[in-house]
Design a binder for this molecule. Structure first.
Ligand code: ATP
Ligand code: MG
Length: 394
């Protein structure tokens, strides 16, 4: 029955003169999301609204699923699209529509007609009145409530006629790519995919870096990260995933630095390397899945010491989230099942029994001088030998 979808957009409606940039980005993201759907679609943009019109057969559930992954969409209205027809024929179509969509007629409703095509014989007010009467005649259980109706039936007369009444919630946020680009430190855990998703929801394009420590971390652990990036890319579009071989650096830190400071020093090198790639690829920020107090390396003091090596801002969207709340989001965005697969992470392998929880920056810096001889060369090698995988949704 439905042949079009009216896309209602979220905050981008209020962006003033730059609005077209946001609309264009949204159209681009919708195109990307619908590209792999069965069926052909035409997108059209009129002021304040975007229509996705199906040209022939398509899979309704599939397109709704894809559209509900596009940030910037506030709501998706399934629309019946008709050629412009005489009022009498239109009433018949509306009655059929109503009957199919609402088997239970014991409802309150109002009609919101809009005549954009001024050559149509009835104006908006007349249409409201006539359509309301016809519906009441056809279904006597219906009641009109113009202030707080259960059903608002919209009928728009344009170059075609559009009829719709339902709004399926979209994900909200802003279209990816409208707020710059960030480099996500993506591990195989629960938190970092959620952090990436949250920031992308605010319009950031995402690239990612994963620190791999073969043979201590397996190919399967790496594949898990690729799979997580795939899940996130269902929302963000393609993700460039940089895989850094971190083994030699980790072993060197292990050899040269006190073991209780291992994690924090290692994390400082992760941030430094991530920032190098971020700058090279024109990212304006780093993103991590850190949350205050979750582990020793995420106490306020540890975060301060890690942060100290970065020039770019580090966004930590989960900073004040409880684990339980993070898990809820990871289930919603379908990363949870992958995140809990039991593969080793490079951080856990060299972890000390009693890592420092209140690291002192001066002392950490002093111990880092133990690495002076080889570390710059090692960082350079790690950067030069990185593997870059372009991850797209399957
Ligand atoms: P997550 O669930 O995201 O793995 P976590 O609770 O395990 O987080 P840590 O292991 O301390 O916490 O990592 C904190 C953050 O550092 C992660 O959220 C991620 O952004 C980054 N990170 C940790 N390990 C890696 C890695 N191997 N590669 C890339 N980033 C990493
Ligand atoms: Mg982790």
């Amino acid at each position: 029955m439905f042949s079009s979808f009216l896309i209602k957009y979220a905050e981008i409606g209020i962006k003033g003169k730059n609005r077209y940039l946001f609309e264009d980005a949204l159209v681009r993201q919708i195109k990307y999301a619908t590209k792999k759907c069965s069926g052909e679609f035409t997108l059209s943009k009129t002021p304040g609204r975007i229509f996705v019109d199906a040209d022939g057969d398509f899979d309704y559930d599939e397109i709704i699923e894809k559209l509900s992954h596009v940030f910037g969409i506030w709501g998706i209205c399934p629309v019946v699209r008709l050629d412009v027809i005489e009022p009498e024929a239109l009433y018949k179509e509306i009655i059929t529509f109503f009957d199919k969509v609402y088997p239970d007629k014991n409802k309150t409703f109002k009609v919101a007609a809009r005549r954009a095509n001024k050559s149509y014989p009835l104006d908006s007010m007349e249409l409201n009145k006539k359509i309301g009467e016809e519906l009441l005649n056809a279904f006597p259980e219906l009641k009109v409530d113009i202030h707080d109706p259960e059903i608002t039936l919209t009928v728009e007369i344009r170059d075609r006629i559009y009829i719709y009444s339902e709004i399926i919630p979209g994900p909200g946020g802003m279209p990816v790519g409208t707020n710059g680009k960030g480099m996500l430190l993506l591990s195989g855990g629960i938190d970092s995919p959620v952090a990436g998703w949250m920031v992308a929801k605010r319009g950031l394009k995402i690239d990612a870096v994963y620190f791999h420590a073969p043979p201590y971390t397996s190919e399967r652990a790496k594949q898990k990260v690729v799979d997580l990036a795939k899940k996130v890319s269902a929302y963000t579009g393609p993700i460039y995933l940089h895989v850094i071989n971190f083994t030699d650096i980790q072993l060197y830190i292990y050899e040269k630095c006190p073991h209780d400071e291992l994690t924090i020093i290692m994390r400082r090198y992760m941030m430094r390397i991530a920032e190098e790639i971020a700058k090279e690829t024109e990212c304006q920020c780093l993103i991590t899945g850190e949350s205050i107090g979750q582990v020793a390396s995420q106490t306020t003091q540890s975060l301060a010491v890690t942060n100290e090596v970065c020039e770019l801002p580090v966004f930590r969207p989960l900073i004040a989230f409880d684990k339980e709340d993070i898990v809820t989001i990871s289930k919603k965005i379908d990363t949870y099942e992958t995140s809990i697969l039991p593969f080793e992470d490079c951080c856990t392998i060299f972890v000390a029994k009693h890592p420092v929880t209140k690291p002192n920056l001066g002392i950490i810096k002093k111990h880092e001088t133990n690495l002076e001889e080889k570390i710059d060369e090692m960082v350079k090698t790690a950067l030069d030998t990185r593997e870059t995988i372009i991850v797209t949704e399957e």
